[in-house]
Write a protein of this length. Sequence first.
Length: 475
Amino acid sequence: MSRPRYINAAVGLCALLLALGLYGLPGSAQAQNPDGFAFSGEANDLYRAGTVFASGLSAPFGMAFDAAGNMYVANEGPSGTYGNTIAKITPAGVISTFATGFTGPSGVAFNSSGLLHVSDDTSRVFSVSAAGVPSVYIPNTVGLNNPNAIAFDPSTDWLYVANAGGFISEFNATGGLVDLTLASSLNLSQSVAFDSAGDLYFSEFDGKIHKVDMTTRVITQYADMGAFGTTQGGLAFDSFDNLYYSDQLNNRVIRIDASDQTGTVCQTGINLARGLAFDAAGNLYVSAPGTNDIWKFTGCAPTGDVSGLITDSTTSTAIDNIQVCADYDSGEHIQCHCTTGGTYTIYDITLDTPFSVRAGGNTDMCDTSLLYVGQNVSGLTVTSGTPQVTQDFALDPGGEVNGTVTEDQAPYDPIENMTVCANYDDDRHIQCVCTEPGGIYRIKGVEFDEPFNVAAGGGSSMCDTSLNYGQVRYD
């Protein structure tokens, strides 16, 4: 067969919006096969798909954990076994009724003594004994207005209440009113949470999130999720002070990065996602009143690195220069790297579906002597090899590189199932696809802020699954 070449190469102007999800490697994995390679891998900042932790609840809202890891859930709905109750769920997922006597309970929180407190639609807050007996902690005569959520300051045991009536209230450690309107004129204030520094955060219905510096008492806007079209929002911090926000009417959870307050969609498809909570192990829980469920995720990260080792399954010798790829987003994105001393790291994967990691059947991508005609891109100029073609394009960060791979001699037949990779960021990112019928390739999500190279591999190892060795799939 003649050597392949590129024709009709172009850089698409469409930007790719990557919806993030919660999938990844559970720590380590290994597969052996008759072809003689052993595959192992481990994850950094990657998470697998969520599971339903509890079901059969009644419009579950707020959640809180006790010291033993049991979850307590406010069931705001009136119907079913758990309507208008606080349900207790063990780490194993066993559900029981812990406390009754509420009307539309929504907020739950433990103080430093481990005593549970509950807010409900009667504009009261209750303390609940270890035996599940509630007593009024803050009466409705104080002036609360449909308290959606509550949180204790971990350093003082003062209580903070988000009122749907549009204000945040503050109470001392014995339930005495300090400030009914610590913040006011809000748009249906939804939730309250504390970061590790002891500062208070609260959300509004329109997606605005505010921070209260608890030393100076100064209130500033921390983030505005309105750019996502978000509505309503539960709040919870992970152990790295990244803030998680539930976008209820859009059925998703958004992660707000602690360093720059940028928001990233990290999970979708949660029916009316509402309450958020982290357990001591860092697992994220999301209440879904639309389906009366609670979902559990092992976390959420905007990107992650997959690393591992390729060895001979008989001798355990490390295999150098083997192509290793992570395939995600239903095959839309395939991020690859070549082993060095048997090790590989695939950087900055964005995950929104289950994915597989596999070692290629030969070293076509890793052996530059086998790479056919490529495009070298610098600035706004695209140059391909023999025959050489130069064209100018506008480059959009996060866009698409597309083109066609054909034989380099007449009749220039298109080549299907050929590995094509865009190599950029000093080899840190190698984004690959397999050519489609007609030799067409589309590489999405390539960064255009620096020069990059596009080349076709010397064979089809990545594209021919019969040649793929240790293949491990996570979902």
